[in-house]
Design a protein. Structure first.
Length: 170
């Protein structure tokens, strides 16, 4: 994704990064301005003591996808709800992925954001007896844990940990 705007007025897809908790208001603005857009929403259940409340929330917090003419892009900034809008570079891939997101959201199945973790990703343990320990992801396709390097021995220790306890490091 980049910031360069094309010279033509043909509608393009943008990933719109909104201010926190502004996704639904921004979606309403896009509707008023007649811009095609998609705000993926999922059902969430919260328990408050003995009560159970169901509500809809954005699947991707602070993100809305919008299709608009670059010459009319200034219209999406009028209510101070938007941080930035990034032009989608590869629209065919984006549109296939967006269709997958729509299918998941409409399926009624439970969905949650999960970071893309590749083999060798540097991580830090969050919580538990190994809190603060750093290592590398062993194999995300068959998650068995992380490998902690012992460089002086040119060896590694495989420690079994759930991915929920890991924080991705730069």
């Amino acid at each position: 994704m980049g910031q360069h705007l094309p010279d033509f007025a043909e509608p393009r897809w943008f990933v719109c990064h909104t201010k926190p908790r502004s996704e639904k208001k921004f979606s309403a603005l896009l509707t008023v301005e007649s811009f095609a857009h998609y705000l993926p929403l999922i059902q969430s259940v919260r328990r408050y003591g003995t009560q159970k409340k169901t509500f809809t929330k954005p699947l991707f917090p602070s993100y809305v996808f919008a299709r608009l003419e670059p010459t009319r892009k200034d219209r999406i900034y009028q209510q101070d709800l938007l941080v930035r809008a990034l032009l989608v570079e590869n629209e065919p891939v984006f549109l296939r992925q967006l269709e997958a997101v729509k299918a998941i959201c409409s399926s009624g199945l439970e969905a949650a954001i999960h970071p893309l973790i590749r083999k060798g990703t540097h991580v830090r343990v969050q919580g538990g007896p190994l809190h603060g320990l750093e290592g590398y992801v062993d194999d995300p396709a068959n998650p068995r844990g992380i490998v902690v390097s012992i460089d002086v021995l040119q060896q590694g220790l495989l420690v079994r940990l759930p991915f929920e306890n890991l924080k991705l490091l730069p």
